[in-house]
Design a protein around this ligand. Structure first.
Ligand code: HEC
Length: 224
């Protein structure tokens, strides 16, 4: 009499083979995703930026440009708009090397003073204080905004430097940022760091940021 055929679901070799296939497929997928991510998060070069070639993370010399923020109909989210007009930080156009060094100082200061203890940067950090990912584009720092008036400075970057050095002198919320003993040089680095961060295409993170800008323009959030 012929042997009774067991169901495939009870076959050990079937499950062994399936496990091997799934593991193999997942490994290939992960390797592919890793390379795909690396190409997305690689910082662009200064030459690419000068030629107007778009990169998710622009080169350090992006701090020489005007940075805007616009809703992209096709992608359904907000993206930074870089240039083409120049708007050098502190009114002085920096060479690629100078820009890189200033950003490096800003990054080291951000790490040394642990801004992420209170703030969020690119999705990392705490929610005790405002998200800093697009802080550079926050209209409260722009001409006619409260921060330039409060600090008595005539540009966004100078107002930010003054605030970062003496945040305890300019409280705007119920929560106050403590004085972290930041020097003027470090504060300039931090401002460059914040400006560069605002130029990164973060797929619209933080969500609805341009609403802050619109609210401001129509007098919703802040009194002008
Ligand atoms: C102990 C918590 C704490 C730390 C650490 C901290 N901050 Fe703040 N920060 C705050 C709070 C609270 C506010 C809101 C204060 C206000 O508006 O009056 C603030 C406000 C700010 C603002 C203005 C908000 C905006 O949207 O533009 C900036 C810029 C800023 N911080 C940058 C930094 C940087 C850069 C660092 C690191 C060097 C840092 N902060 C470290 C608590 C902190």
């Amino acid at each position: 009499m012929a042997e009774k055929k067991a169901s495939v679901w009870t076959s050990i070799s079937f499950w062994r083979r399936s496990a091997a296939w799934v593991t193999g497929f997942a490994t290939i997928l992960l390797i592919w995703l890793t390379f795909d991510t690396i190409s997305q998060i690689r910082m662009g070069t200064d030459e690419e930026l000068a030629k107007g070639i778009k990169r998710r993370i622009p080169a350090p010399t992006v701090i020489n440009y005007k940075i805007g923020y616009k809703y992209d109909e096709k992608r359904g989210l907000e993206v930074p708009v870089i240039g083409p007009e120049k708007n050098p930080l502190f009114g002085k156009e920096l060479s690629p090397k100078e820009a890189k060094n200033l950003l490096h100082l800003g990054k080291l200061t951000e790490q040394a003073k642990n801004c992420m203890d209170c703030h969020t940067l690119l999705g990392n950090g705490a929610y005790y204080a405002p998200d800093l990912t697009k802080a550079w584009l926050d209209p409260m720092w722009a001409k006619g905004g409260p921060m330039q008036a409060m600090t008595g400075k005539n540009s966004k970057e100078e107002a930010m430097v003054e605030f970062l050095m003496h945040p305890d002198k300019y409280p705007t919320h119920a929560r106050m940022m403590p004085n972290l003993g930041i020097t003027e040089k470090e504060a300039k680095g931090l401002v460059a760091f914040l400006k560069h961060m605002s130029s990164i295409d973060t797929n619209g993170f933080p969500r609805g940021f341009s609403k802050t800008i619109k609210d401001y323009e129509t007098g919703g959030t802040y009194a002008k």
